[in-house]
Ligand binder design. Structure first.
Ligand SMILES: [Zn+2]
Length: 285
């Protein structure tokens, strides 16, 4: 998971979102607002103006995706759902809030719809509401789920790529996300909760990241070799775009961050230091 690069939503779409939110906020109490939010969301494309607004929302969110329109959470699947970072069934007041949206895939979006956590005394207090439970507001406090639009996930997680320790021992990587060792207790608790709710360490993801690591290394090596052999600028540009269009850009970002422990990767970055500065944003926009 990487921090999302912000883009501006068209003013017309913004004002339609505000109007929709106002209809939800006008409901008399919390329960009524939850129901109104659900209904308004269900009808969000029922007129041409609303459909156009949500088309703009989708286009702008897709331009904010890392890599080739990948899910903001897992980076593996195609992003095709407008996801509420704070679930609308808990926070009806954030249903049509632009800052509460990102583009995600169904498997990541689904499970978190009914699970919510807040941080209390450096621990995550989980709040689950099933369909038969009464509609009560979640506890107040800081949301435990990391918000990649407002926070840098790298402050919370690190990806275990393995590497060579300072005393020369080679350790294999698990390619799992781990809470960042240097983060506070509270930040580590939030990292663990986010990993679990989003299923970031499911086996298919772990294997995909391991494969991505090999792919990024091969592409970087190819770039370095051609660069040192005097390849023309257009060729180097194409090689760079190929690398940045590969899913799981977090793996590449972590290769940059952890290069001191990855001796073969460090040797490549030493020969092409510009690759450490390439922006990790959606290509083609
Ligand atoms: Zn996903």
């Amino acid at each position: 998971m990487l921090r999302i690069v912000e883009r501006t939503l068209a003013a017309r779409a913004h004002s339609i979102l505000e109007h929709l939110q106002a209809t939800v906020d006008a409901a008399p109490d919390y329960q009524a607002r939850v129901r109104a939010a659900k209904k308004a969301w269900g009808y969000k494309t029922s007129t041409k103006a609303k459909a156009d607004a949500f088309q703009a929302v989708r286009q702008t969110l897709s331009s904010m995706c890392v890599g080739p329109i990948r899910c903001a959470y897992c980076e593996d699947s195609l992003a095709d759902e407008v996801e509420h970072i704070r679930p609308k069934n808990f926070f009806p007041e954030h249903t049509f809030l632009w800052e509460n949206y990102l583009y995600a895939c169904g498997p990541c979006n689904g499970p978190k719809g009914s699970r919510y956590g807040v941080l209390k005394n450096d621990q995550v207090l989980e709040f689950i509401r099933s369909l038969k439970d009464p509609i009560t507001p979640p506890p107040s406090g800081r949301s435990a789920l990391i918000d990649p639009r407002a926070e840098d996930p790298f402050d919370f997680f690190e990806l275990d790529l393995g590497g060579t320790t300072p005393d020369g021992v080679d350790v294999p990587g698990t390619f799992e996300f781990l809470p960042h060792e240097a983060a506070t207790q509270g930040a580590q608790a939030r990292a663990r909760f986010s990993i679990e709710v989003l299923g970031l360490n499911r086996e298919v993801m772990r294997v995909a990241r391991e494969n991505a690591f090999g792919g990024f290394r091969a592409r970087l090596r190819e770039y370095v070799e051609e660069s040192w052999n005097g390849a023309p600028g257009q060729r180097l540009h194409d090689l760079r775009e190929d690398l940045l269009s590969t899913p799981h850009l977090t793996v590449f970002a972590e290769m940059r961050r952890q290069k001191e422990y990855l001796l073969d990767i460090k040797a490549l970055f030493d020969k092409a230091p510009e690759a450490e500065e390439w922006p990790l944003i959606a290509t083609g926009f």
